[in-house]
Design a protein. Structure first.
Length: 255
């Protein structure tokens, strides 16, 4: 029998070492993950909440990420242990759970990501278990639980949430946060930005890892606040590069 190697979680490892970790956010399928892997992202985002990804694609998506030593960060569509179980069994490196509001939510998310005695994940050999010694111990060590803080009520509870064991990243999401305080579609509103800033400061001051969505224009600001898990929408990078290209083309050769 040959031995297999459990693919280490690059994003989790970098964040534990105190470095900045990057997630490529976008409509990612296996081919797209294989393409963007060369650009240096630590993880690729896979969206089961708003995206069109199917269960049958997930194993190949996670395999494509592993070819480039990227983690696969999969956002499930709700806090449900059976969904988290299935997502991990199909090869996801990290689980992102939406709308973590209460301590009970956070505890359930953390436990759902881990096998007993640390959690309640159902015991079965997933594709990541093939040929791996001490698979269950290694899986518990490598899995990453990311709690989405995207509700004003969650910010009010944040001083309690950050004390929950097993949450690896508290990720502050701007768009749903804006909606939760009556600013739907306007995450740049000063009140929304003040709320996000406050949330990140609470997370960082507690000794936890803070994350959020960034772009080239605000990346340094959020890093200075202490955010280290950064979601980067790669379609925006493509948009910016396309604009520069066509502006140059137009200026030299006309519209």
């Amino acid at each position: 029998m040959k031995k297999g190697n459990y693919k280490r979680n690059t994003l989790k490892r970098k964040l534990k070492e105190g470095a900045i970790g990057t997630i490529a956010n976008g409509p990612n399928n296996s081919n797209m993950c294989d393409l963007i892997g060369q650009f240096g992202f630590d993880a690729a985002f896979v969206d089961f909440e708003h995206g069109g990804v199917s269960w049958s694609e997930l194993s190949d998506i996670s395999r494509a990420c592993e070819l480039w030593d990227m983690a696969s960060v999969v956002r499930v569509n709700t806090l449900e242990p059976s969904l988290i179980l299935r997502t991990l069994d199909l090869g996801a490196s990290s689980i992102m759970v939406p709308h973590i509001i209460t301590v009970d939510d956070a505890e359930m998310a953390a436990k759902s990501c881990r096998y007993p005695p640390l959690g309640i994940r159902g015991v079965a050999g997933s594709r990541r278990a093939y040929g791996v010694d001490n698979y269950f111990d290694v899986a518990n060590q490598e899995v990453q639980c990311i709690a989405l803080i995207e509700d004003h009520e969650a910010v009010m509870n944040l001083s309690k949430l950050v004390k929950v064991s097993g949450i690896d990243v508290f990720y502050v999401a701007p768009s749903d946060m804006a909606a939760s305080i009556g600013k739907t579609g306007n995450p740049s509103d000063p009140l929304v930005q003040k709320t996000i800033k406050n949330a990140i400061q609470i997370i960082v001051d507690s000794g936890n890892i803070a994350g959020t969505l960034v772009n080239e224009g605000n990346m340094e600001y959020f890093i200075d606040l202490g955010a280290r898990c950064l979601g980067i929408p790669w379609p925006l990078l493509l948009e910016d590069a396309s604009k520069r290209f066509f502006e140059t083309l137009s200026s030299r050769f006309g519209p």
